[in-house]
Design a protein around this ligand. Structure first.
Ligand SMILES: N[C@@H](CCC(=O)N[C@@H](CS)C(=O)NCC(=O)O)C(=O)O
Length: 194
């Protein structure tokens, strides 16, 4: 498989998942100019123009983090319970992050005004509180093992840290702890962010 990614972008969640699931993959970096590091026009690979995009190995390209993360989980039998409430809670949290929380950062990525960023930071804190409640004093967001929800949460918390957006302290502690997860540490090195 080939993961089209940008360092530190939401594609990092798929990257972490591929490593945690031990699925063989190759990385191709995509620049802001929409060209891959190999010189191809990324818009021809993913007409939506954004990462992540996952080439399943036969030229079929899957997009949208939620779909890619579920695909990785189902290919490996890891990172998502096969049935039951833990499956639905992990999917619920991941959908919440790929839509509500991801969108919450828009003013930071689109050069918003200080006022827009301030308002976004307040909204984001409230959204992150939902996840802090779900985490409680557990090690992982859902159940007792790393799931696709943790892969995505780590990235959202890294964005918050980078933008100076406050999050509940239990989530800051969680992020510090998760940096020690082998799959996360490996992804950060591979993306040149360690
Ligand atoms: N709905 C997409 C959003 C993907 C997305 O926003 N990707 C960003 C990086 S986090 C991107 O590539 N932005 C570059 C652009 O839109 O030009 C998903 O969940 O995968």
């Amino acid at each position: 498989m080939i993961l089209y990614y940008a360092p530190g972008a939401c594609s990092q969640a798929s990257h972490i998942a591929l490593i945690a699931a031990a699925l063989p993959h190759r990385l191709i970096k995509v620049g802001r100019d929409k060209r891959t590091e190999e010189g191809s026009d990324f818009n021809l690979i993913n007409p939506k123009g954004y990462t992540p995009a996952l080439d399943l190995g036969d030229g079929t390209v899957l997009t949208e983090s939620l779909a890619i993360l579920i695909y990785i989980a189902e290919q490996s039998g890891m990172l998502l319970a096969p049935s039951g409430l833990e499956r639905w809670r992990a999917l619920e949290a991941t959908a919440f992050m790929t839509s509500e929380i991801h969108r919450g950062f828009t003013p930071y990525f689109r050069n918003g005004t200080a006022q827009e960023k301030d308002s976004a930071a307040q909204t984001l804190f409230t959204l992150f509180e939902t996840l802090a409640t779900q985490l409680g004093d557990k090690q992982y967001l859902v159940g007792e093992r790393l799931t696709i929800a943790d892969c995505y949460l780590f990235v959202m918390l890294s964005w918050a840290a980078m933008m100076g957006v406050a999050v509940p302290s239990s989530l800051s502690d969680y992020r510090a702890r998760m940096k020690g997860e082998p799959s996360i540490a490996q992804a950060l090195v591979a993306e040149g962010l360690a």
